[in-house]
Design a protein around this ligand. Sequence first.
Ligand SMILES: Nc1ncnc2c1ncn2[C@@H]1O[C@H](COP(=O)(O)OP(=O)(O)OP(=O)(O)O)[C@@H](O)[C@H]1O
Length: 632
Amino acid sequence: MADKRSSTSIDNNSRTSFQSNSDKNSIFETASLISCVTCLSDTDTIDRSETSTMDTSRDDLSGDPEVHYPSVNGQLPANTVIPYGRILDARYIDNESLHYHDAVSSSTSPLKSPFNNSGQENVGDIDTFQWQERKSNSLSRKSNSSSSIISSRPSSIKLVEIIFARPRRHDVVPKRVSLLIDYKPHPSPHMKEDEDLIEEILKRSYKNTKRNKSIFVIVNPFGGKGKAKKLFMTKAKPLLLASRCSIEVVYTKYPGHAVEIAREMNIDKYDTIVCASGDGIPHEVMNGLYQRPDHVKAFNKLAITQIPCGSGNAMSVSCHWTNNPSYSTLCLIKSVETRIDLMCCSQPSYAREHPKISFLSQTYGLIAETDINTEFIRWMGPARFELGVAFNIIQKKRYPCEIYVKYAAKSKNELKTHYLEYKSKGSLEYQHIAMKKHKEDRNNYNYDNEYDTETEDEDENEDEGEEEEDCPNFYGSVNPSTDQITEEDFKIKFPLDEGVPSDWERLDPNISSNLGIFYTGKMPYVAADTKFFPAALPSDGTIDMVITDARTSLTRMAPILLGLDKGSHVLQPEVLHSKILAYKIVPMLANGLFSVDGEKFPLEPLQVEVMPRLCKTLLRNGRYVDTDFDSM
Ligand SMILES: Nc1ncnc2c1ncn2[C@@H]1O[C@H](COP(=O)(O)OP(=O)(O)OP(=O)(O)O)[C@@H](O)[C@H]1O
């Protein structure tokens, strides 16, 4: 490093600056090792709309594709920008503990959990992991001169430790840097002179999201060909602990175990359930919570999300825009709690006892048969599915049935109009959530700083006014950012035993008796490379329905199948694509099955209705991954 004195970089939105100094014997050496100019930036983050879901190996959370953090002997290069979107934690450090080291590699790292790394299995028990404060530090750099510089520094200069998610190979890992920051906050009615720097950094780093989440992790050790546990421990847990989330981990022991776990867990202790698994565990968790007598409280209190550790990770691809476990973890740490629609499934064999919740999809016919009947060639990976579909198409296999539908947007034109309308409502809702979070942060801040009562009252009134003015409400009486569901939201509108309502339309029997694919869903991706429902939206109150006719010629089926990765299959004239509120499908085959969220369901009449906004999940930027459906 050539610079003799500290460099300062200014973050655009404040006068917060970050100094470093590289005098050889100086305590500042630590900072200058990091960079000549290190800047914390608002241009974070998680806000790169063009990010591809498959592009996770790249630095795709930086907001700027050019910003990288190559490892130069563990140092950050000069002129490094650390986006707030990657900052996991910040704290003051004292003279004794100045340091710079890789958070995951240090033996004394507080990021190391008390988890027994001896390889001992812990299946079935709950493991609790908490953040532990550092007691000592192996890489401290101290000297008399440095101590004196620190002790004689102006009071506006603070020594802080920033822990951020740094790209390493295909992943992000927690990394520490120590910085000297010359902090001169703006004078404002909400902030006192010399207000807390760490609080300011954390507020910016956790915009729109809850800090210090209390997470219940359910790992399916069987998922992802047995790799789920290792993936969670190595890729996700260090990031969760670094961001001061408290986590408790439990392992499933048999199929259906996650239903029991969710039905019996203590919901008071947590705000988030993380499924380190494929899509099977979130399906079970939602059903377990649904079966609880206090399901209203459960769905109001908990957000359910996934770290992709299975073979089918549609939830993570749709919600976190990635199927990489470490990036997905960073996303969930930084994501916005958002309500999504669920679907309620009823079939004669279980409906009386308890209907089932589906969050992803239901399918009958070609896709369902192929998914389940090619299990024996699972070793082939994703190719097994394509091979199976092709085989069935060549055979022109038909799946006769009767289908009754309550439409919301039947034609492709109506569907597009619906999509565009509800997509923009969704982004307004996100702004609303962002504004509310901002106010909460501000209020917490004021509270901590013991503002006098008069000021608080004034603020409250001011906030109420702002809310009404700035936040148009598209959800009737329900405020989208604070909405709590009630028992009414769980009420089934179309009970199975009441028959098909008169306003439902019967699908042309000419098509339904020659059915090829019947697929209904609520998330855009059904697998990492299959954008089956490009028009799916988190809470538009509808289900997307896609139907094909088994008589479609092979030459016409080719562009349909080849369009599945881009979602353009729905544009083909042979494909029926509608938005619906409910449906009933009555299979006319002796053998077969339904696949619901990838799980096998019996071949019986199936009735499904949308359950609007029932579940809270974590969505990157408050929305599903962009599918480009607007421009199709
Ligand atoms: N310990 C276990 N042993 C066997 N099966 C289990 C166990 N725990 C959970 N399961 C079952 O594994 C199924 C699949 O789980 P999940 O979706 O998490 O993984 P996956 O690798 O994506 O699976 P899939 O093979 O369905 O793609 C679920 O139906 C679940 O009930």
